[in-house]
Design a protein around this ligand. Structure first.
Ligand code: 4AD
Ligand code: MG
Length: 486
């Protein structure tokens, strides 16, 4: 190894020492170019460029002649190695503290890194109390441990990788739809409809209501809810723009602490006009999954790799299988037959007419060799009012399709929508919803088209790609029954 101290000439050390403090910003620091850690790491031919980085200390190692630091600013999984004269070490320069380091970017003599920063000044911006800081130096904390600290877990490798992946996947989903001619629509968060027809809605009213006698008790004059799906609003828009999508927060007051349920999750939804065939909807789901995942694997190689190496070993191979095979298609009736023949005792006996349970979905995916499977044509009575009746009059099945994926079960739910006014009207009449959905019925009178779409749970998608068991570990601030921290 080359003698490091040489790099820190006496004058330079004096200068550096003068600027090494948690006091006001050093004047000469302004001249150096501020780089993100990722940008500094990407410099191919460092030639003593004067740079400055800001970030959080991931490690401090003081040797007799050299002080080694690793600085991470969230821009990449890899941290930037800083080498410094040990006299630059400060009491407050600890794991977790925030720092600004200025110096020269050099080619690193160490394996596994191209560059390192020879510090001329180190400023501790914010000290960190390592005794009470929940993250511990050189420790790979389990995801369950990190879950207790939503305010700092983003500083761990796992959660920071996850958040970069989330960000990249969000961009990839938008690109997928924009590249394929879809218009992005902001559907409302507060709505007066309950699209899925369950009772799993959060009602919205102001905390302080001043009720005048005789006045409507509702803030919006009608009961209003946090959206459970943007689908009905997308149907409005598909009637003008043909292909539309939305991607936003969705709320379900399901009393479930399950590993794939949240009270607030993100849903990607698409709606297409002039579509008569469920297979066209399935094709969009499959293309979306494959295109976005391919992009993630190339753009977030290291971040995804962290999950595949440390969180879910074996997931990489499973994902490869998923990507190279065509997804399987089977009817609900076939699915029930497979489940009935299964050499397996289910908690819920599979019966035609009942919705599929997670254990059934899991078995079906296993039966298909861990390749995603589309199950279509579900019983009329287990699906919401808007789905298209397959057998006019008999109400036996609807043109619904769910995409089931390994490890998760249902990832996407979609359908063709009932575009025939008489059938829709009689269904709404039977359930006493005709008044609420007058506008929805009217759409069938004003230039209706056969149409359909689907929704994909974003967190479940991330679970599937990364192999993360618990949905609470793929969202920064999970909300679930009896928990709304921060
Ligand atoms: O199957 P769902 O309920 O379908 C709809 O809401 C349709 N209106 C969508 C549409 O056609 N535009 O929900 C769609 C997906 C599910 O397949 C699942 O992946 C996810 O949303 N999902 C949840 N994810 C996390 N936590 C929950 N509580 C979820 N409920 C549904
Ligand atoms: Mg569903």
């Amino acid at each position: 190894m080359r003698p490091r101290l040489k790099m820190f000439g006496a004058r330079c050390v004096r200068l550096a020492l003068r600027h090494c403090s948690s006091a006001p910003r050093a004047k000469h620091a302004a001249a150096a170019k501020l780089l993100r850690v990722q940008e500094a790491l990407a410099v191919q031919n460092p030639n003593d460029n004067d740079i400055k980085v800001q970030g959080w200390v991931r490690s401090v190692r003081s040797q007799k002649e050299i002080l080694f630091l690793h600085i991470n600013d969230g821009s990449s999984l890899e941290s930037l190695q800083v080498v410094a004269d040990p006299r630059l070490e400060l009491r407050e320069l600890t794991f977790g503290s925030s720092v600004e380091v200025q110096g020269k970017l050099l080619r690193s003599p160490h394996k596994g890194q191209n560059v390192e920063l020879a510090a001329e000044s180190i400023r501790v911006v914010g000290p960190c109390d390592v005794l009470t800081f929940p993250l511990k130096y050189k420790t790979r904390h389990p995801l369950e441990y990190l879950r207790q600290f939503p305010h700092v877990r983003c500083r761990s490798n796992a959660l920071s990788a996850l958040l970069r992946i989330r960000s990249e996947a969000t961009a990839a989903i938008h690109s997928f739809f924009q590249d394929n001619g879809y218009l992005h629509v902001h559907t409302p968060i507060i709505t007066s409809n309950d699209c899925e027809g369950g009772s799993d809605v959060f009602q919205v009213e102001p905390e302080n209501k001043v009720e005048e006698p005789g006045e409507n008790p509702h803030f919006f004059n009608v009961p209003a809810f946090l959206t459970v799906s943007g689908q009905l609003h997308l149907e409005v828009m598909a009637g003008a723009f043909t292909k539309v999508f939305t991607f936003g927060p969705t709320f379900r007051a399901e009393n479930s602490l399950g590993r794939r349920h949240l009270a607030e999750f993100y849903m990607v939804e698409a709606e297409l006009a002039f579509v008569e065939n469920l297979q066209d909807i399935m094709q969009v789901m499959e293309d979306l999954f494959k295109k976005v995942t391919d992009g993630l694997l190339s753009k977030c190689l290291h971040d995804v790799g962290l999950f595949h190496k440390h969180v879910a070993p074996g997931q990489e191979g499973k994902l490869e299988q998923i990507l190279k095979n065509q997804f399987i298609i089977m009817s609900y009736t076939e699915a029930i037959e497979i489940l009935k023949r299964a050499p397996h005792v289910f908690t819920y006996k599979p019966e035609w007419g009942h919705d599929l349970q997670r254990e059934h979905e899991k078995y079906l995916v296993q039966h298909c060799g861990e390749i995603p499977v589309f199950v279509f044509n579900y019983p009329y009575d287990v699906k919401p009012f808007y789905m298209r009746d397959n057998e006019e009059g008999t109400h036996r099945t609807v043109a619904a399709v769910d995409l089931l994926v390994p490890g998760i079960g249902e990832l996407c739910g979609g359908s063709l929508r009932e575009d025939r006014q008489d059938l829709l009207q009689s269904r709404l009449q039977r359930t006493g919803q005709e008044d609420t959905y007058q506008w929805y019925l009217e759409l069938r009178q004003f230039g209706t088209t056969p149409h359909g779409g689907f929704g994909m749970g974003f967190e479940r998608y991330l679970q599937c790609v990364l192999g993360v068991e618990n949905i609470k570990d793929v969202i920064p601030f999970p909300r679930f029954p009896r928990s709304c921290v921060l």
